[in-house]
Ligand binder design. Structure first.
Ligand code: MRU
Length: 368
């Protein structure tokens, strides 16, 4: 995607192949800062501190982290230690486990002198595949937006609500939830996006709004609690989110608050679709109640960071100093509240049967 007219991926290998570039997402929307990861430990820190975040990008960063590990210590012991460290960074996004397993399986089967080159090729492949997947999600998903537009007699804008950031910053490019929106925008279908701010870390306000502003997609920021009201007043035609993990029965885990939006959508007959890349499906997980939910630090709830009028980035308290806070980062939306899953292979119902129809090979052999 473009940043001030320059095309970017959210992660890339530098030309000298000694470091991996990322955009520090903790600094957006105020600063556009590139950071260079030189070691597998750097990659783990970037994931943990959320300089990179979003399920597909977490997977891609882990893959590049393992490439960096092959530069440091390509032995079985060295690679296994780096994989364990990367695995421990965040628990909910299954793409992390998926990418590490894929890299580990391939690299450990090779002699030491072949590992670095193969790690580079495979990490690059994981990124290229992610772009193709997201692009395909866009091509399938745009049909949903077009259908709504046509049903409205092509006379008015399609209003879409999204939660968190499932945009190009959360993937390698295009995004999952945003890919159909970008596709619609490119095809001249008029869209307007209601962007949930997404407390506590405000990925909607900081990242999704920044992406849409950069690509001239009409959008309006709303507080997380506004969605129900907007749906009741007929101001939302469609809800689209991403997912951090789908269970094989079609339940999905996504940023906390998604479940409440899905409930409001069901009550107001607003269709709810989830942009779901194949690597985000956990074929070993039978239902959403088995998905581990990350509990993050209380500070994210008790404080808020923003830019002052003088341009300084500052963090301030928003609760009494003695108040305790809980911070579950994700929630599970049951399949029955989801109208459909938009995958790279097509759109299916959120159900075991729906997913099996698109991924027959996975349903037979979940571990592969
Ligand atoms: O905690 P985050 O910012 O990593 O959470 C990200 C989300 O919940 C996204 O909506 C999800 O990963 C889908 S990304 C394509």
């Amino acid at each position: 995607m473009q940043v001030n007219g320059t095309p970017y991926r959210s992660i890339w290998l530098e030309d000298d192949e000694k470091s991996v570039g990322i955009i520090d997402q903790t600094r957006l929307p105020h600063d556009f800062l590139k950071v260079y990861l030189k070691t597998a430990a750097d990659a783990a820190v970037a994931i943990q501190t959320m300089q990179v975040r979003g399920a597909p990008l977490i997977g891609a960063t882990a893959a590049w982290g393992i490439y960096l590990a092959t530069r440091e210590d390509p032995t079985d012991t060295g690679l296994r230690a780096s994989c364990e460290n990367l695995l421990s960074t965040r628990p909910t996004a299954v793409n992390l486990i998926w990418a590490i397993k894929r890299m580990k399986k391939r690299l450990l089967s090779l002699p030491l002198n072949k590992r670095k080159q193969e790690a580079k090729l495979l990490a690059q492949k994981i990124c290229d595949e992610d772009i193709e997947i997201c692009h395909a999600i866009g091509n399938w998903g745009v049909n949903i937006i077009r259908d709504i537009w046509e049903t409205k007699g092509k006379s008015s804008t399609v209003n879409i609500l999204t939660h968190c950031n499932a945009g190009w910053l959360a993937t390698v490019d295009w995004g999952t939830a945003t890919a159909p929106i970008y596709a619609a925008n490119e095809r001249g279908i008029p869209v307007h996006v209601w962007v949930d701010e997404t407390r506590p870390r405000n990925q909607g306000a900081a990242l999704t709004a920044w992406e849409f502003a950069s690509h001239s997609v009409p959008h309006t920021l709303v507080v997380d609690n506004a969605g129900g009201h907007l749906m009741q007043r007929g101001k939302i035609d469609l809800l689209i989110t991403g997912a951090d993990r789908a269970a094989e029965n079609g339940d999905i885990a996504n940023k906390v608050g998604t479940y409440l939006k899905a409930l409001a959508a069901a009550d107001n007959h607003v269709p709810f679709y989830v942009g779901l890349p194949g690597p985000t499906i956990d074929w070993t997980c039978q239902s959403g109640n088995k998905i581990p939910i990350e509990e993050r630090g209380a500070d994210e709830v008790l404080r808020i960071t923003g830019q002052t009028k003088r341009g300084l980035i500052e963090t301030v308290n928003i609760a009494p100093k003695t108040t305790q806070a809980a911070n579950p980062a994700f929630d599970v939306t049951p399949a029955k509240l989801i109208t459909g899953l938009i995958t790279e292979r097509g759109i299916c119902t959120a159900s075991r049967e729906g997913l099996k129809s698109l991924y027959p090979e996975k349903a037979k052999s979940p571990q592969t």
